[in-house]
Write a protein that binds this ligand. Structure first.
Ligand SMILES: NC(=O)C1=CN([C@@H]2O[C@H](COP(=O)(O)OP(=O)(O)OC[C@H]3O[C@@H](n4cnc5c(N)ncnc54)[C@H](OP(=O)(O)O)[C@@H]3O)[C@@H](O)[C@H]2O)C=CC1
Ligand SMILES: O=C1CO[C@H](CO)[C@@H](O)[C@@H]1O
Length: 388
């Protein structure tokens, strides 16, 4: 048995509480830890850190009792807690702008560091964090959860089977309507900082780091980007019920061309109403077949099932375009994407396996967001060769 103590900072936030604490760490504890390939069991011991005693106590006591039948440790003395000799891993899912200081503190203490994306706003800062971790010789990793979404895993399997033939183009549609809060019956579903650039918000900062690793993993590294971002809604209502000016882009439209020449077009918007299969859909078109993946499902159409439309707007559309697609069956029980990546990181820290999703990879995501911003501001293609 190996025990790893994980200090969790930002655990009181939306991602920290739901994805990382409840659906990953407590779920791992409930299942009895993580098995390594050499037959050991990794036992996880969390310490919940933050500034709000009431929230921490609720998570460490009430929530932990409900989920695993016992309480876990918590503290508001963050610096002291992470310095404790028994802490092996420092995890950070606090607001993006707090990330750098937590990563630097953890690296100085020689602790392994795992953190949410983006690892920074500024690409130079992101690269410096990666280098700090590398110089300190510590295990380090960044959350790249979309890689383990069931829909994405199905796309990857299709690519590996050669289903697509030559991949021609990719179209990602991401987003949904995030309520502004002006209607008291429809509170906003996302924290207000997301819509303030001074607080680390913005669609490109938020989502291009996901598109970077997703495109890289599925279709190869990105060569260049052409992007346009917009602040569609100028005012939203914050958590205190007060109106604020939106200073960050809430929609972004981008074309990424991979080094192998695949055109990947991604629309990302918090101001769109969904009429598609899921909140994220990725369509891949190839010479032999196409697929459309959502978060969990994936539909395919091969050449034999490809309809032969002709253009005639004077008659009702005779083809039901949805009927020519076949749903790919589940091949396994798909576990939570964040939990899968946590298990891989815990195993890596315990000396069992590589963990390629490092802060250096996280820095590539920040670089792509920055390239997108440059493209949007200067209305031109931006090369990613030196940045991504
Ligand atoms: N991988 C993914 O799919 C996603 C990743 N993210 C990333 O996760 C991070 C957190 O996002 P999210 O959970 O939505 O944000 P939240 O606003 O819900 O959570 C923010 C967290 O940071 C803490 N925090 C904020 N300001 C301070 C401060 N001044 N001092 C101390 N603690 C502070 C909050 O503590 P308190 O509770 O005390 O306020 C809270 O724990 C972001 O970097 C975001 O980009 C976000 C969404 C999805
Ligand atoms: O940062 C993010 C913004 O929200 C998305 C979902 O709503 C997340 O998937 C993403 O990681």
């Amino acid at each position: 048995m190996t025990t790893l103590t994980v200090a969790m900072h930002g655990v009181t936030g939306r991602m920290g509480t739901n994805q990382h604490y409840i659906r990953s760490i407590l779920a791992i504890m409930r299942q009895g830890g993580v098995k390594t390939s050499d037959g050991r069991t990794i036992d996880v011991k969390p310490i919940l850190l933050g500034r709000d005693e009431a929230k921490l106590k609720h998570l460490a006591e009430t929530v932990a009792m409900e989920e695993i039948g016992r309480k876990v440790d918590w503290s508001t003395d963050v610096d002291n807690a992470i310095s404790a000799p028994n802490v092996d891993i420092v995890f950070d899912s606090s607001s993006t702008q707090m990330r750098a200081s937590m990563v630097r503190k953890a690296a100085k203490l020689g602790k392994a560091i795992y953190c949410e994306k983006p690892i920074a706003i500024d690409p130079a800062e992101a690269m410096s964090l990666a280098e700090t971790c590398e110089s300190a010789g510590i295990c380090n990793g960044v959350v790249q959860d979309k890689l383990w979404l069931p829909g994405v895993r199905k796309l990857r399997a299709l690519r590996d089977q050669g289903f697509f033939g030559d991949i021609l183009s990719v179209r990602g549609e991401f987003g949904y309507w995030v309520f502004t809060g002006h209607d008291p019956d429809q509170p906003p579903q996302r924290p207000s900082w997301n819509y303030r650039s001074e607080d680390g918000g913005g669609m490109m900062t938020d989502m291009f780091c996901h598109w970077e690793y997703l495109i890289d993993d599925l279709f190869g590294p990105i060569d260049r980007v052409l992007a346009h971002a917009a602040i569609d809604l100028p005012e939203r209502i914050d958590e205190c019920g007060k109106p604020y000016d939106c200073t960050a882009d809430d929609s972004a439209y981008a074309i990424f061309i991979t080094k192998s020449g695949i055109t990947c077009q991604f629309n990302s918007s918090w101001t769109t109403r969904v009429r598609r299969d899921d909140l994220l859909t990725i369509q891949v078109d190839g010479t032999k077949g196409s697929a459309v993946a959502g978060l969990r499902e994936c539909y395919v159409q091969d050449m034999d099932s490809t309809p032969r439309p002709t253009w005639n707007p004077d008659v009702p559309q005779p083809i039901d375009f949805y009927s020519g697609w076949t749903q790919i069956p589940d091949e396994t029980d798909y576990d939570n994407a964040f939990k899968i990546q946590w298990e891989l990181f815990l195993r890596h820290v315990a000396g069992d396996g590589e963990f390629p999703w490092s802060l250096r990879n996280g820095a590539a995501g920040v670089a792509l967001a920055n390239a997108g911003e440059t493209s949007s501001c200067e209305q031109r293609w931006v090369s990613c060769s030196n940045t991504c």
